[in-house]
Design a protein around this ligand. Sequence first.
Ligand code: URA
Length: 228
Amino acid sequence: MKRELHEDIVDYLNYQKQLGVKYYSKSVLRAPQKDSSVLAQTTNSCGLRFSELENETHNCTKCGLSRGRTTVVFGTGNRKAQLMLIGEGPGYDEDIQGKPFVGKAGMLLTKILKAINLERDEVYIGNIVKCRPPNNRTPLPDEIAACKPYIEEQISLIQPKIICALGYVAANTLLGIESSISKLRGKFYDYKGIKLMPTFHPAYLLRNPEKKKEVWEDVQKIQRELNA
Ligand code: URA
């Protein structure tokens, strides 16, 4: 999943556009100097913002979930991933370890990825809310609203080719709709120009293993799209 130089530059320009920058200086697009300083600047600019954003979440107290957390679970993986997987929010194991999908549901997610020849470090994995809801309850609308700008900015910095929304909370939050995951799954939707595939959450699959067939169909569609 290596990306070309021009893809990094397109990412950078897209990000600047989203920040409201309307014009660029010719020097930005000049051939790189011997020391590749232009590329270093562009790559660092996105990387720097990513680190700033991560720091912001670690200090976040925008909603009540911050009071119960052990660790903020920002997200892990490849910041230049073509595939981003987005879950609901951290559970017990994630809250302790500070990493998304490291419990039982995470093990299943890792297997699902392997089934389409992807390792966890090739993709980026994040959540709608960054702090664990008490007793793993569904995050409340005000908690989702407080946290949503973080995942939106993560997506806009990573600019994946495809987003896989795991479960109805991720799918409904990103698509701005209210629908059941059974109705939504299996089709690509548009999220700000990025293809988004909703599918069942791995924790749901642990309780309803007969639904694995549908997830297999969904991830195969993702694989085909990634290779297209
Ligand atoms: N469930 C989620 O939605 N996210 C995690 O990180 C773990 C379990």
